[in-house]
Design a protein around this ligand. Structure first.
Ligand code: HC0
Ligand code: SF4
Length: 576
């Protein structure tokens, strides 16, 4: 420990602390902007400056360690002035159209400007001349809102595992984006949205599909069908002030029903997840029994698929041929459900609500159709749903809890844990173990694959078979493990990969988490995952193959898992 004084008061704190951490511990919030713990610790923005007695200039609290006898001032007149000037200089070059900005309720720059009593017109003069705007199917970049904090660059490199974004040019012309003025897609973006989650302003955001969804809702010739991804129910409440990890299944169903009107259906991607497990577990068993390519690697995370196709196409033969739950859901909706209900599939407009940005481009893939009818028509993020709930004037917190519609709203506990890292693995093991042992096993909780460790490995004994499995999440970890598989260093039967660290609960489309909470140690991945495991425990049926609607659908329509019909509807291909 060391002895320090902070604003004249004596404290004893661990010597590993930075000034920022020491101040936080004693209840003083030093503002930050560019700082993200363990990710972006450059001290570049200088918003967190403090005075340290004896130091020649102001020091940055985010990356300066405390030392014995240090005397620190965190909010002196000199410091408040310095911070104010720093932020006012940023504002002088910022496109201040806050009224219509999609981040106006949680923009960190706006909050800081307000807290520091800044004026937006103190520095006038030359403004940035070149503005880059880039709108792909998924990610939108607008450099007029960029404050050059570099958080997105770090997220892209450290989380996505690619280097799409960088500082370009120098001095006043500096901008963040792909090199050589390329678009994000040309530069190899995987659409994971980790840069969006890291951005303090609206310089990066998702491509919005709200308007086209509203158009479909108002089209009398369309039947709007919603499907809601597992992880959305673990996070949407945050947008309405509910504590992290609050499970809001019932309020989501109630909201969508009020937005979509009396003719809409509110179904569940979790049903698609149960179906994916049927196909994937049987595909795994078949690969093991028939000397197929191993390890089989999951294919439901579209950011991960884009990573493979662009950066490691050598591993394509290992990918499960299963479409993701989002796509399987759409394909079944427009075939089985449409036939059963005598609905013309071309009149169905399927909207997915996803924690993910990459789902927007996944649904546009050429392969994602059945007989020329696109499986899913539009995808909105958790954040976009929150915006629609506000737009439609719904008092989210006080809505009654309602159920999802029957039959494609039925799901097992296995389906819901898909949203957390390790969940797809655990769900698949629940089914594979029963199928291989020919019994209905009671031990269904596979603790070894749960949690946020960056690599989880386990050997699962099922009868004679020792199944070696691994779970990784986040592009960077995924590339590492792929390289070890390709070199023969690691040997597994089955690997789960999710493109985002933590799995879908921490997807690029989830509610923004304020940086100060992240920096103070909140692990949002664990908080949200807890809600999904609770959802699992609350289900009477916890194995995908015991979902009664899934069982009936195989009997009436698909035959067996991996049947010819199942292949036509539910499987896909990948390409470089
Ligand atoms: Fe996921 Fe999914 S689990 S990718 O994270 O598999 O987005 O939540 O919807 O499709 O189910 C996302 C979440 C899904 C899909 C499912 C899978
Ligand atoms: Fe990088 Fe992902 Fe952002 Fe694309 S979406 S720029 S891959 S962090």
């Amino acid at each position: 420990v060391v002895h320090i004084t902070l604003n004249g008061m004596p404290y004893v704190v661990p010597d590993t602390y930075t000034i920022l951490e020491a101040a936080r511990e004693v209840g003083i919030k030093i503002p930050t902007l560019c700082f993200l713990k363990d990710l972006n610790e450059t001290g570049a923005c200088r918003v967190c400056v403090v005075e340290v007695k004896g130091a020649r200039s102001l020091v940055t609290a985010c990356n300066m360690k405390v030392s014995e006898g240090m005397e620190i001032l965190t909010h002196s007149k000199r410091i408040l002035n310095a911070r104010k000037t720093t932020v006012e200089l940023l504002l002088a070059n910022h496109n201040i159209e806050c009224t219509t900005c999609n981040r106006n309720h949680n923009c960190e720059l706006k909050q800081l400007s307000n807290d520091l009593n800044c004026k937006s017109d103190r520095f006038e003069g030359e403004r940035r001349e070149t503005i880059y705007r880039d709108d792909s199917y998924s990610i939108v970049r607008d450099t007029s809102k960029c404050i050059l904090c570099g958080r997105c660059i770090a997220a892209c490199r450290e989380k996505a595992g690619v280097e799409v974004l960088a500082f370009n040019q120098r001095g006043f012309k500096t901008y963040i984006g792909p090199a050589f003025e390329m678009g994000m897609d040309q530069a190899g973006c995987i659409h994971c949205g980790q840069c969006v989650n890291a951005c303090p302003t609206a310089a990066l955001s998702e491509h919005s599909n709200i308007e086209e969804v509203i158009q479909a809702i108002n089209d009398p010739n369309k039947i709007v069908v919603f499907q809601v991804a597992p992880a959305v129910r673990a996070a949407l409440g945050e947008e309405f002030g509910l504590p992290f990890g609050t499970r809001v299944n019932g309020k989501i169903a109630a909201s969508l029903r009020r937005i979509g009107g009396p003719t809409c259906k509110v179904f569940d991607t979790n049903f698609g997840a149960d179906l994916t497990i049927m196909e994937e577990a049987y595909e795994l068993i078949e690969r093991i029994n028939k000397d197929g390519v191993l390890p089989m690697i999951t294919s439901c995370s579209p950011g991960w698929i884009r990573l493979v196709e662009q950066y490691r196409p050598e591993i394509i033969p290992n990918l499960s041929s299963c479409k993701s739950p989002q796509q399987m859901f759409g394909a079944i909706l427009k075939s089985y459900w449409a036939e059963k209900n005598s609905v013309n599939p071309t009149t169905i407009y399927c909207v997915s609500v996803m924690p993910c940005i990459a789902k927007k481009s996944e649904l546009k893939r050429e392969e994602m159709n059945v007989n020329g009818i696109q499986d899913v028509d539009a995808s909105i993020t958790t954040r976009e749903l929150a915006r629609m709930i506000r737009m439609y004037g719904l008092d989210f917190v006080n809505l009654p809890d309602e159920d999802f519609d029957h039959p494609l709203g039925e799901y097992s506990g296995a389906g819901t844990i898909f949203g957390a890292t390790g969940g797809v693995m655990e769900a698949a093991l629940r089914t594979a173990a029963d199928v291989l042992s020919g019994q209905s096993l009671d031990a269904i909780e596979y603790e070894a694959v749960r949690g946020v460790a960056s690599l989880k490995e386990a050997t699962i004994q099922i009868g004679e078979l020792s199944l070696n499995v691994a779970v990784v999440h986040g592009g960077k970890q995924a590339l590492d493990i792929v390289d070890q598989i390709l070199s023969g260093e690691k040997k597994y039967h089955f690997v789960e990969v999710m493109g985002c660290s933590g799995g879908c609960v921490a997807g690029g489309g989830q509610p923004h988490v304020p940086a100060y909470l992240y920096n103070s140690g909140l692990d949002i991945r664990a908080e949200r995952a807890k809600a999904l495991y609770e959802d699992d425990e609350a289900r009477q049926i916890r194995k995908s193959h015991e979902n009664p609607v899934i069982k009936a659908m195989y009997e009436e329509y698909l035959g067996t898992p991996n049947s010819h019909k199942a292949h036509q509807l539910l499987h896909t291909t990948y390409h470089k």
